[in-house]
Design a protein around this ligand. Structure first.
Ligand code: MLC
Ligand code: AMP
Length: 504
């Protein structure tokens, strides 16, 4: 029976003794062992009575078992909804409820706190631990490895990934089998991944980069991964000699460059370093080449589209650009007001069309219509320009978004929490340069007349409501916020005023 994503990325590896995952504890799993594990998990999922198309919300630590849960969802025709492990209960509750998830898999340590969400939303709650334990793992262990793959079409949903918005509620981006598969095959080809590759994998697997780029490309190529729980400098340096390729956010590369052990000798054997999810400074690109002799390959993508453009594997990898549109992907630069296409060299909004572009936001037809044009072009919210040689450079954002260490932070979310604190009239959160994370949030607060708000209380409220990576690094009380004639807060003016003083 046909299930294009499973049939192409997973099924061909069944029974193969070739290595797939090298884990931090020294264990390795062959392709065959991984697929057996996935089959057991798929049987457990089917045992819960889940039907094809049902959403499975997952907030668990990175592990071989967590990856097998992804494979199992694909095989069982379920829609994976991966969640950042840093999200707090309030944030998670919204995703589980909005998606109508039938199953919610969380860490055993979080089960008690999250049981209320499951009860409220009617989702079944199961657990999966970093050590491979938990109720789901126990159930899977008793299951057979064979599972009859559920038939799915290319347009059927494979994943729902939530991205916040400049205004309003978070939106679930609906990604189809075709979206994921077309992108994986294109990238595998463009970046020349093959069965001999060993990818150093230190990214989280709840976002596009770590899951759909890194994992799917490795699967498509039949290669292996050194599958680490996170980015730890010593561990990365220890494992580099066994790797052939690495994918990371710019913070990975600036951290490596800050360590003198990271040098030419350690990296001569490497085939490829890929960067994305946030801007890589041209200076980092140059320092990397001077230190290692490698030119980082920078590419550009997003949750709604997977990867859109990439610097070439052969040919010049141009610092400060994200390369050319990927084969099959169209990119145009348009006037943000009129939507008209602009000539090369002009700065405008980046629009993307292709088999990689998502099918819309879950249960939000009006939001979908705002960003996805009837002719299939998606308005990314990024601002860019093509140079004379066709390289795309991202020059800014038309959306109020801060990217910190590759994690997206929407100022609106933080402002809403701050504004609810007694004595605060209003606030504006801006991104300022940060040496490690690229950008980081700072909050500017205006008090009610005569009020002296408790800033510790503001930080506490934020800490309870939002994931730790969203916390503003500083709270600054100001007299007023600059506004334009329409009454809109001028964030660009605030950034100009405060960025230099607050950087670092
Ligand atoms: C962790 N912390 C962060 C942070 N990550 N703070 C700001 N920004 C971040 N990105 C905070 C934690 O809250 C904690 O704070 C402290 O740092 C230590 O946590 P940690 O988990 O030990 O941090 P660390 O391992 O150093 O993580 C940093 C990182 C990680 C850069 C390695 O954030 C990371 O892996 N980022 C990758 C994100 C990613 O995959 N993005 C892809 C999105 S997909 P405290 O206060 O509790 O001590 C996409 C599309 C595309 O964008 O194009 O790819
Ligand atoms: P996300 O919503 O997490 O998928 O984040 C997508 C956003 O990350 C894009 O819209 C861009 O703003 C940003 N992004 C991804 N790759 C790059 C890159 N190479 N350079 C600059 N910004 C990037």
């Amino acid at each position: 029976m046909a299930n294009p994503l499973y049939d192409t990325l997973f099924a061909p590896h069944a029974g193969k003794p070739t290595p797939f995952l090298h884990l931090a504890d020294g264990r390795s799993l062959s392709h065959a062992a991984f697929l057996d594990l996935a089959g057991r998990v798929a049987n457990a999922l089917a045992g819960f009575g889940l039907a094809p198309g049902d959403r499975v919300a997952v907030q668990v630590a990175k592990s071989a078992e967590a990856l097998a849960l992804y494979a199992a969802c694909v095989q069982a025709g379920l829609v994976l909804l991966p969640l950042n492990t840093a999200y707090m209960a309030g944030e998670v509750g919204y995703f589980v409820e909005d998606s109508g998830a039938r199953l919610f898999v969380c860490d055993p340590g979080g089960a008690e706190a999250l049981a209320g969400i499951a009860a409220r939303t009617g989702a079944r709650l199961e657990t999966l631990g970093a050590d491979g334990g938990g109720t789901l793992a126990e159930m899977a262990a008793a299951m057979p490895t064979d599972f009859a793959t559920v038939a799915r079409g290319r347009d059927d949903l494979a994943a729902l990934l939530y991205t916040s918005g400049t205004t309003g509620r978070s939106k679930g981006a609906m990604l189809t089998q075709e979206n994921l598969l077309s992108n994986a095959l294109t990238l595998t080809d463009c970046w020349r991944f093959g069965a001999g590759d060993v990818l150093l994998h230190a990214l989280p697997i709840f976002h596009t980069h770590g899951l759909f780029v890194a994992v799917n490309v490795t699967l498509a190529a039949g290669g292996a991964m050194i599958f680490l729980p996170g980015f730890d400098l010593d561990t990365i340096i220890a494992h580099l000699p066994r790797a052939t390729a690495m994918m990371g956010v710019p913070t990975f590369y600036t951290r490596l460059l800050a360590d003198p052990r990271f040098d030419r000798d350690l990296t001569t054997h490497m085939r490829l370093f890929v960067s994305g999810s946030a801007p890589l400074l041209a200076e980092t690109h140059r320092r990397f080449e001077t230190r290692t002799g490698h030119r980082i390959l920078e590419r550009y993508g997003m949750t709604e589209t997977g990867m859109n453009s990439s610097n070439p594997y052969d040919g010049e990898r141009r610092a400060g650009t994200v390369g050319f549109p990927l084969p099959g992907v169209e990119i145009k630069i348009t006037d943000p007001q009129t939507g008209a296409r602009l000539p090369d060299g002009a700065v405008g909004q980046i629009e993307v069309r292709g088999p990689n572009v998502f099918r819309g936001y879950w249960n939000m037809p009006e939001k979908t219509a705002e960003e996805l044009r009837p002719d299939g072009f998606f308005i990314t919210g990024d601002l860019g320009r093509f140079d004379a040689q066709g390289y795309l450079a991202i020059v800014g954002r038309n959306k109020d978004l801060i990217i910190s260490g590759g994690y997206n932070i929407y100022p609106k979310e933080i402002e809403e929490v701050i504004d609810a604190v007694p004595g605060i009239a209003e606030s504006a959160v801006i991104g300022v340069p940060h040496p490690d994370f690229g950008e980081s949030p700072v909050a500017l607060l205006v008090c009610e007349p005569g009020a002296t708000p408790d800033l510790d209380m503001v930080q506490e409220r934020i800490a309870v409501a939002l994931a730790a990576f969203k916390r503003p690094r500083r709270l600054i009380v100001v007299d007023e916020l600059p506004r334009n004639t329409m009454g809109k807060v001028q964030k660009a003016a605030l950034r100009d005023r405060y960025a230099a003083a607050l950087a670092g």
